[in-house]
Design a binder for this molecule. Structure first.
Ligand code: KIV
Length: 275
């Protein structure tokens, strides 16, 4: 018997998608979710959004490298074909290019993922260049940068005036010139996201950006409708899994209380006894 080996999408494959078929990307943090989305997505992002989505943290600032590695390994076990990119968490790379190299090389070695993502524009260009020259593929992330929530004073859309537009344009250019293979544009007003996409030689992956971006990414729990709370404008819900999960728990609780679960078919019998 021959088993067909599935080839994993590579970083150069993603980079070659500039101005071509849009890059489909979602976040995943666990093996079963990675497994179910793997045939349909090009790039799985193990985002540090896991701090908020999985661990209930108020921001992404408390996420550690060990957490990213544990979830990165889980996603690698669940995927065969998607290119897996893992976020560098807050405080693990901003200090120096050397610190970024230590963290990124550890993440790639211990997970087997293809690349890392880091937040920042012009100020991180030296680090991006340091990493890419040493064999670490980097995806940039500009615009709304959740790790800068404290300095931004909240999760704010960027590019709303000329000063902000110029800044985000320069950030994109700096990251691309430094050797990033792609860049996430988060929370950037549409015309500016479109302009960045037209100006950069690398693919842009939008979230709250523009339909003209070279790809789109969303947090998977948002598209599944796991939470019933506030949904940002850029999210489209494709399911309401949270409601179904709550219904399942409610029905289970009711059946346990009224002793209708477990039924005999869920019980084991001694050897030789009829079912
Ligand atoms: O952490 C994350 O999930 C992200 C995406 C929202 C782009 O950075």
């Amino acid at each position: 018997m021959t088993t067909k080996r599935i080839r994993r999408i590579t970083v150069p494959d993603i980079q070659a998608r500039k101005n071509k078929l849009p890059i489909v990307s979602l976040t995943a943090y666990t093996t079963p979710i990675a497994r179910l989305m793997d045939p349909y997505v090009d790039l799985i992002l193990v985002g540090d959004s896991l701090g908020m989505v999985i661990y209930g943290m108020p921001t992404t600032l408390g996420v550690t490298t060990d957490m990213m590695i544990a979830h990165g390994c889980a996603v690698m076990r669940g995927s065969q074909q998607a290119c897996v990119v893992i976020d560098l968490p807050f405080g693990s790379y901003q200090e120096s290019p050397q610190q970024a190299f230590q963290t990124a090389s550890r993440i790639l070695k211990e997970t087997g993922a293809s690349a890392v993502k880091l937040e920042g524009g012009e100020e991180m260009a030296e680090t991006v260049s340091f990493l890419t020259q040493r064999g670490i593929p980097v995806c940039g992330h500009i615009g709304l940068m959740p790790q800068s929530v404290q300095t931004m004073g909240g999760f704010k859309v960027s590019g709303k005036n000329e000063e902000q537009s110029n800044k985000v344009l320069k950030d994109g250019q700096a990251i691309a010139n430094a050797g990033a293979f792609a860049v996430v544009l988060e929370g950037v007003v549409e015309p500016v996201a479109k302009m960045i996409t037209q100006n950069l030689a690398i693919p842009t992956i939008g979230i709250g950006a523009s339909p003209t971006c070279d790809g789109q990414v969303l947090v998977s729990d948002d598209i599944f409708g796991v939470f019933d709370e506030f949904t940002p404008r850029f999210v489209k819900r494709y399911a309401t899994i949270g409601k179904q999960m709550e219904e399942a728990v409610k029905t289970y609780a009711q059946e346990v209380k009224e002793r209708s679960f477990p039924a005999m078919e869920h019980c084991f019998q001694p050897v030789g006894k009829a079912k």
